[in-house]
Write a protein that binds this ligand. Structure first.
Ligand code: GDP
Length: 372
């Protein structure tokens, strides 16, 4: 009996057996080498040297592009420093794209349109980045590009990159971040940039100041002819597309097209010498998309030939330089602790007619100039 038992004895069944015992004499591989320590530390801090982001971006690495955009959007000084370095290095590789601004009231079909137009562009070999400017994103969180399921086809397309609006902040701040993001996307090889905004506020002006072509989506027969779209926004448009021209809406859309064509005739002519177009489309059924893109290409050719394309980009670059300076100055001024304190006091004086606004402003500015 005892003999038999011994035959079936396995060492691992012995309670004294240690599964993880190290056999003497077997050299253990070094699991922690210098490289993995570095990787670990970098991962922990989530920051790489600027040149690594730049290298990744230029190789078209979307993960590194996204991380760099996050740095651009961050307000942390440390992040901003790296972001600015990345932007500087990417700048020479940027600019080779067509930048299209897309606006229209919520519900007009912007996401559906971008999905349709975007898929058309990537099917022709283009690479598309979709960005957004929505300074009110606190209010409409998730409604503008945040909800990726609205652009299902594009979000699964490796030639498309969708980035929601930087979270709420001043319009100037949000717009600057978007403008910087354009540079990174272009350096990453995206030759089509769409910038979406909700057609109800001032963000149109910001989008207009960073795009080559401005597209306004509208609906037919929605009652109020201009649907809350300000005349100024209509005047900016290079193309008005009347969306949802399908089903019972088709006839109304055709009528609206004629009405809008008549209306835009009355607007002052554009510096670009481009005559704005009015077309109908059905983003949902992907009808009329190609015809709209043809117009964008026609516009590009016209303005490249006339020199306007680059002239506009140069004036936009100067505009953004001034915007950035103004924003920085304003922030430095209002964030200064001594100014903050004095401002409160003088505001009170002004409110109670104890001091004129100009004298108060003068005093504050003088104080600020001495503080530096
Ligand atoms: P956004 O708020 O401007 O981005 O609008 P969405 O793209 O989310 O569209 C709002 C609604 O309109 C959705 O239910 C879409 O399916 C619908 N829609 C968009 N484009 C069309 C279209 O061309 N025809 C029809 N019939 N419906 C559309």
């Amino acid at each position: 009996m005892t003999e038999k038992k011994d035959l079936h004895h396995h060492v691992e069944n012995d309670p004294a057996f240690k599964g993880l015992a190290v056999n003497a004499g077997i050299e253990q591989p070094n699991v922690v080498n210098d490289d993995s320590i570095k990787r670990f530390l970098n991962k922990k801090r989530r920051l790489l040297p600027a040149e690594e982001y730049v290298k990744g971006i230029l190789e078209g690495n979307i993960t590194l592009l996204s991380k760099a955009v996050t740095l651009v959007e961050s307000s942390k000084r440390e992040h901003q420093q790296i972001a600015q370095e990345i932007i500087k290095e990417c700048l020479p590789y940027s600019g080779k794209s067509i930048r299209v601004g897309i606006t229209g009231v919520p519900g007009v079909g912007k996401s559906t349109f971008i999905e349709a137009m975007g898929s058309y562009i990537t099917s022709r070999g283009g690479k598309l980045a979709v960005l957004a400017i929505d300074p009110s994103s606190e209010r409409s969180k998730g409604s503008i590009l945040g909800d990726k399921t609205r652009m299902e086809e594009l979000s699964g397309d490796k030639n498309a990159y969708i980035r929601p609006s930087p979270s709420a902040g001043s319009l100037g701040g949000v717009a600057r971040k978007t403008r910087e993001t354009i540079i990174l996307c272009e350096a990453a090889g995206f030759d089509h940039i769409f910038i979406e905004t909700v057609g109800v506020g001032q963000s149109e002006t910001a989008v207009h100041s960073m795009t080559d072509f401005f597209l306004l989506l509208m609906l037919a027969g929605a009652g109020d002819e201009l649907q809350g779209i300000k005349r100024g926004i209509m005047e900016m448009a290079d193309l008005i597309a009347i969306n949802k021209a399908d089903g019972n809406n088709l006839e109304k859309a055709e009528i609206a097209k004629v009405q809008y064509r008549n209306a835009i005739h009355l607007f002052p002519s554009k510096d670009s010498e481009w005559a704005p177009q009015v077309l109908t489309c059905s983003a949902f059924n992907k009808i009329g998309i190609e015809a709209i893109w043809e117009q964008v290409e026609k516009y590009k050719k016209l303005t490249l030939d006339s020199g306007y394309f680059h002239q506009l980009r140069n004036s936009q670059a100067t505009y953004w330089m001034h915007e950035t300076i103004e924003e920085q100055l304003r922030r430095n001024f209002y964030d200064h602790p001594e100014i903050k304190e004095k401002l409160k006091v003088l505001e009170n004086y002004v409110r109670n007619d104890a001091m004129s606004s100009f004298v108060a402003a003068g005093e504050l500015l003088e104080m600020y100039s001495k503080l530096k």
